[in-house]
Write a protein that binds this ligand. Sequence first.
Ligand code: SF4
Ligand code: SF4
Length: 772
Amino acid sequence: MGALEITLGVISVLLTAVAVVMVTRTVRHMLRSIRLGQPDGSRKGPFGARFGTMLKEIGLHTKMLKLTHVGIAHWLVMVGFIGLSLSVLEAYGEVFYPPFHFPIIGGWALWNLVVEFLGLATIVAGVALVIIRQLNHPRRAERQSRFAGSNFWQAYFVEAVVILEGVGIVGLRAFKQSSGMLDVPAWAAPVTHLLGGVLPASYAAVSLFAFFKIVSAMVWVIVIASNINMGVAWHRFTAFFNIYFKREADGGPALGKLKPMMSGGEPIDFEEADPEKDVFGAGRVEDFSWKGWLDFTTCTECGRCQSQCPAWNTGKPLSPKLVITQLRDHAYAKAPYLLAGGKKDMTGEEVGLTGDDPHAGIDVLALAEAERPLVGGPEENGVIDPEVLWSCTTCGACVEQCPVDIEHVDHIVDMRRYQVMIESNFPTELNGMFKNLENKGNPWGQNAKDRLAWADDLDFEVPVFDGELGDAEYLFWVGCAGAFEDRAKKTTRAVAELLHIAGVKYVVLGPEETCSGDPARRAGNEFLFQMLAQQNVEVLNSVFEDRPARERKIVVTCAHCFNTLANEYPELGGTYQVVHHTQLLNRLVREKRLVPVAPIADDVTYHDPCYLGRHNKIYEAPRELVGASGAQFREMPRHADRSFCCGAGGARMWMEEKIGKRINVERVDEALGTAPSKIATGCPFCRVMLTDGVTARQNDGKASENVEVVDVSQLLLSAVKRAPRQPVAVAAGAPSVEDGPAEIGGEAEADGRADVPTDTVPSGTPQAEEEK
Ligand code: SF4
Ligand code: SF4
C-alpha cells in the first residue's frame, strides 16, 4: 500500500462519509414529507400478494416491457445497479490494496462471470438508453416526444454515471488481469482477459480505477441527495414501495372503480361529513394520501403516460406526467412549511403557525409555495391549471402504461372533487348536466316516463319489471344514453332484438332506472354520485330480493354503466353479476342460440371503449362478435390496452372541447386509416363521439359518405337476420330474406334513418324533438 493508494483511499472514505450523511438527511426528509399525506389504511396487505406483485413487476419488468427494447435496456441497467453495488463495495478494498477481492466469492469463476457480464451490459444498456432518449428527443418529435417536459440534465447525469460505472468495472478488472491479480479462467472473464493482454501491469491503475468507481458512485449519491425531486434516480429505491402499496392488492392497475373519497383514511360519510374538519377531495397538496406523495416522489419522468394521453396527443395542456411532476415539485417545496406546523383554514387564514414570530426558521420559498392554490390559472400562480384538470377523460391510458404504478386518475378526480364540492369551480357546461341528474335522473334532462320510448315500434314486447322477476334471467340495464340518445337507442333495440331471438328471458326497469352516476363521479360530484348510486342500489336490491348473489344478473350496453355497476356499486351494498352485452351475445353465439349464418360484406374496424377495455380488460368478446358477423376485421394501430379514447369519458361528453384537435376526430382519422366501411364499438358514448367525428370528416370531404359507426350488436343482428332459415320472429318492417340483404345495423336501422349528424351541436347536447 503506497502513498497513492492511501491518498485515494482516504479521499474515497471521506467522500463516502459526506454522501452517507447527505443521503440520510434527504431520506429522512423524504419520509417525513410523505407522512404529511393523509392516512390510507387500505394498502396494508395482504403481504404475500403485494410482495409477489412487486417481485414480478420489478424482477420480470412486466410493465416496462410494454416498450420492449427500452424494457430490456432498463432491466440490464437495473440488474447492473443491484449487482454492481457489491462491486463498488469491493472497490473500497481495492483502492487501498489493489489485489483485494471479496473472500470466498471474489475468486469464484461464476461470480466473476456475473460481474463481467453486468459491467459490459451496463455500458451497452446505458448507451442504448442515451440513444433512445436522443431518438425520441423533443427537438426531433417536439410535443410527440414522450420526453417533452422531462428534466434532461438529470436523465443525462444518471445515464452518464451508469456508463461510467460500467467503464470503471471493466477497466479495473482489465488492469487486475494485466497485473496478475485476477486468477479466473478466460471463459469467466473473456473481455477482461482480452484487454488485460494488451495493458501494462500497474498497481496504481487498479487503485485509480477503484477510486474512479467509488467517486462516480458517491457523486451520484451526493447529487441525488441534493435533489429530492430527482425521480429518475430516486425511483431506484422508491419504486419497490410504490408498487408494493399500489391500490389493487391483486396486482391490477388502479383502474375500473375510482378510489372512494377518503377522509382520515376512511371513505367519507356525507351524512356525518364536515367540510371544516374532513378532507373533501384534494384542495391542497397535503390532502393527497401518503401514497399520493409516494407517487409524486417515484415518477421517473419517462413520459410513457404522456405518450398515450389523448388530451396531450391532441394539443391540450394536460400531460399526466407533468401533473405528477408539478405536484411533486410543489409538495417538496411546500413541505418545510407543513413540517413546521403550517396550516390554513378554508378561508386561507393561517391557523397552524402562531406566536410573535410564526415564520421564524421557515424558508421564504416554502412560505411562498404555501400561498399557491393547488388548482388555479397563471394569474393565481396555481400549481395545476384548470384547463389541465378538466381536460382529462379518465381514459386510464396513463395508469395502464406507468411502469411504477402511479395512480393519475384517482389524483385528478380527487382535485376535481374539491373544485366541485368546496369551491363550486368547474366548467359551466357541467352545470346543466348536474342539474339534469339531480332533477331528472339523467344527464339529458329527459322525463323518466320516456325511458321506454326506444321500444315503441318493436314488433315484440319488451318485458318491464312489474314487481316480480319471474323467470327472467337478466335485468337489462338500458342506461340513460341507451334510453334517450337516438344513436344509442339503436344499440338498445339491437340488443333487445337479439335477446328476443335467442330466447333469453330478461326485464327492463323502465322509469325506475336512474343514471348510474358515472358522469357525476368522474366530474368530481361525489355527493351526487352517492345519491344516484344509493337510489339505484336500493331499487336493484329490491328487484333481486329473492335471488342469491350469483343469480343477480345484469346485462349492460354502456361501458360506463357496466364499470359503475360492476365495480363501484359493491362498495355501496350492491353486488351483482354484471355482463356487457358483447360478452353475453358472444356467449349466445358460441352456444348457437344466435346463428349468424350469412356473413356481412363489410370491412370493419373496432374501437375499444376505455371503460370496457382498459378499465375492465374486455377486449376479445367484441372482436369475436365482429368476426362472427362475417365482417373483414381491420385493427387500428392503437388498440386494446393502448386504445385511444373517443373523448367522452370523465364527463368530457358534456364539456366543450376548445383547445387543440378534437379527440374524436383524431380517433376517427385513425379508424379511417384502416379503410373501413363500418367503425364498430361497444359503448353508446363512443358511438356518439365517433359518429360526430365521422360526420365532421365527411363534411371535410375526407371520409366516404358510406362510412358508418355502429355498435357491434348491430353487426351481429344484421348477420343473424340475413340468415335464410333463422328461427326468429322478424321485426315488422324489417327486410326479409326475399327483400334482399338488410342494411348493416339490422333492425336498429329499420326506422329508415341513418345516424343524425350532430356536428352542429356539442356532443351530449340533447337533440331537438324533431330530430329524433
Ligand atoms: S386518464 Fe387519459 S386523459 Fe386523463 S391524464 Fe390519463 S391518459 Fe390523459
Ligand atoms: S407518471 Fe409513470 S409513466 Fe408517467 S412519466 Fe412518471 S413514471 Fe413515467
